[in-house]
Design a binder for this molecule. Structure first.
Ligand SMILES: Cc1cc2nc3c(=O)[nH]c(=O)nc-3n(C[C@H](O)[C@H](O)[C@H](O)COP(=O)(O)O)c2cc1C
Length: 324
């Protein structure tokens, strides 16, 4: 981590770069969004984790709904849908649009076998006709300026993106957010930036980049190599929530600020769990975020945090770590 030291940083000079918190099921939840607000490092946009949409039902996941209904951060929030049936997705988009959402995002990137088995998430990339039909149908029901698609480069090979580009153009989304990996890459391997550059050149809508953006230097490289006008940051923001501040030219966090982050997150998680809270449950919830922070703790603290069953012990480890 460090403040932006990139000479002639394109990003710091470009005030119109848009930043979003990437959706992460059970991680970028209301507690995390409120934490970003309290530590004073907010993106321009939140996107909920996906609402699963099927013919019979839209699982209105309580966690995701809470993000929309209790979002007092002032940051607009877009609702994400994952499904493979146009009629069901349109029905659920209309229902979600009645809530205070800034738009609807279609998930075409989730690699979960359970989701893909039904042709949803990244499964849409293997069924181009249905993918196009879904995008066009959603385009009909989502108002102008409010429809976006989050996709991967393809199922197996990044070259598949060449065939996806005309579909994305014809689908008529206002924004396309590209996680620059294939479904088979899951969350590892190098993101293929050149395909995002290609999307910027060939799509008429705005293009957001996503994949391993964790420092101003990463972001700067993405902007220079792709020309994307927006960036989605997921794991990097959980590890360092001050990344949004840094990408606007602010300072890297001090040790005290990182301790403040862990403490605030602990409090906000407690607030969310509320009456359902148990000591072990609170620790387990914290471990969902900490999974992305362990590299900053060192082996000994990581070992103890992973085994922690008591939230006060967890707080003590945070304090000890900051005091070192
Ligand atoms: C635990 C976890 C949950 C995720 N849940 C979602 C989701 O609900 N919807 C979605 O579009 N992407 C989801 N993603 C993918 C992220 O939004 C993002 O595309 C990916 O992590 C790459 O960005 P990053 O390197 O900035 O984390 C998830 C990723 C992780 C690690």
């Amino acid at each position: 981590m460090g403040a932006c030291t990139v000479a002639k940083c394109v990003l710091c000079c470009a005030g119109d770069m848009r930043l979003a918190l990437a959706p992460m099921q059970d991680v970028t939840d209301l507690a995390f969004m409120r934490t970003l607000c309290r530590v004073g490092s907010l993106p321009d946009l939140f996107i909920t984790a996906y609402f699963r949409s099927t013919r019979t039902t839209c699982a209105m996941a309580e966690n995701n709904l809470r993000c929309i209904e209790s979002n007092e951060t002032g940051v607009p929030i877009v609702a994400q849908l994952a499904g493979s049936e146009a009629a069901a997705l349109c029905r659920d988009a209309e229902a979600l649009l009645r809530l205070p959402v800034a738009g609807i995002n279609l998930n075409a990137g989730c690699p979960s076998p359970l989701v893909n088995r039904h042709g949803a998430g990244a499964g849409l990339l293997r069924e181009p006709e249905n993918f196009l039909c879904i995008m066009k149908s959603l385009r009909q029901v989502v108002p102008a300026g409010k429809f976006s698609v989050k996709c991967r480069l393809g199922w197996a090979e990044p070259e598949e993106f060449h065939q996806l580009l005309p579909l994305l153009e014809a689908g008529g989304a206002d924004e396309v957010m590209v996680h620059a990996r294939t479904r088979q890459q899951l969350y590892g391997g190098t993101p293929h930036r050149q395909y995002v550059a290609q999307a910027v050149r060939s799509l008429s809508c705005s293009v957001w980049a996503n994949g391993d953006i964790a420092t101003p230097a990463d972001a700067n490289a993405w902007v220079q190599e792709t020309g994307a006008t927006g960036m989605l940051i997921g794991r990097g923001a959980v590890r360092n929530p001050y990344i949004f501040r840094m990408l606007r030219g602010g300072a890297a966090p001090s040790k005290e600020e990182m301790l403040h982050y862990y403490m605030v997150l602990t409090e906000e998680t407690d607030r969310i769990l509320h009456t359902k809270r148990t000591v072990a449950g609170h620790c387990n919830r914290m471990k969902k975020y900490l999974a992305f922070c362990y590299p900053d703790f060192g082996r000994e603290d990581e070992y103890e945090l992973r085994r922690c069953k008591n939230i006060d012990d967890m707080r003590r480890i945070f304090e000890r770590h900051a005091a070192r």
